[in-house]
Write a protein that binds this ligand. Sequence first.
Ligand code: PMP
Length: 437
Amino acid sequence: MTDGRPRSPGRGTRLDPWFDSYAERAHGMRASEIRALFAVASRPEVVSLAGGMPFIAGLPMGTIAEATERLLRERGAQALQYGSGQGEPELREPIVEVMDLEGVEAHPDDVVVTTGSQQALDIVTRIFVDPGDVVIAEAPSYVGALGVFRSYQADVVHVPMDEGGLIPEALEEALLAMRAARRRVKFIYTVPNFHNPAGVSLAAERRAAVVEVAARYGVLILEDNPYGLLGFDGETTPALQGLNPDGVVYLGSFSKTFAPGYRVGWAVAPHAVRERLVLAAESSILCPSMMSQLSIATYLQTCDWRGQIKIYRETYRERRDAMLSALAEFLPDCSWTVPEGGFYTWVTFPDGLDAKDMLPRAVTARVAYVPGTAFYADGQGSGYARLSYCYPTPERIREGVRRLAGVVTGERELVEMFGTGGGGRIRGVLNPKPNQE
Ligand code: PMP
């Protein structure tokens, strides 16, 4: 202090005097492309094929309201109190039942309840990753996970997928390359079911191979599975965790099968890892919300949650069908993946089109999507987009794709006239046959 007024340390900038004070890891943080979009995409005149918001209007709100009122009246002192850092046993028990549907055999003591699976991604990364460590992730990968990996200064190495999900041979190639380069690989991050954003699932016959390769290289798998119960045929595919419980950290969530507003997810991890996860969770939030945990425990005990998941599946299936038939009708020059569950399809635009450049024109035409670049750590993906069908009605989906087709046609004319450098294809990335339905 020279003139008696407090000063910021370092030079800072005019907009942010504290700029130079941030930790190294904070400099890598930036708003996801999705967040920047949310403000525009949520205007009523825009058809948003961008966000991944579940169809909450399908929930029995009256029943949930009554259960919540009863919970507060009868057990309010517990619901509004602090709880255990590992999570409430009353919820950990039914979580075990939910996971049983996907071949995860766990004990309630193995479960750590988290504030959404997003927090689980954060604490897993926190306990494993030092700056410069490698995380292997699918190409493309969930944008929220990439944000976590970036904030802990991990180097993300993408491994290609095809319509059968992660390619085991490509995974081994990447692990071998990292070994040769003497890089430390901390874990393999995968979303095996109804992938966000790719819309594909890891083929049942590949699962053992993925687990085997990871074990052979001594690398942990982080299995993120929020969509596994949302398969349109009602079938589930056994989790990777069930194939090697000691080599997998498994993440689940109630966000897509019930409601994201409660912010409840969970992790199942080998014993020693679990202990550290609890310590990491306690240091960030002390304990997960008791109100949310008891609300969900009550819901699981008193409501037909399996029936609710069936309603969700049927709704999303209808919307997926609307999306696929609109794509076939309006965008015959594009190709896309055919999701068998979940919320998303991954669209490949005609050569030369750059989805990020095109986005402002799409929003002007009142349709929003997420450009493929959001789902890569290294700026690839400009020729692709994620379209989600979970939130708009079938009619709105059709209208949104119709609007998008107008934008694509205009963009192609521009490209033909002036050319462009964007939209390059990526080796091995999902690039199915044109016009596939
Ligand atoms: N993983 C994946 C693959 C997701 O799609 C999402 C939500 N979009 C999350 C994790 C985080 O979900 P939540 O924190 O709501 O459980």
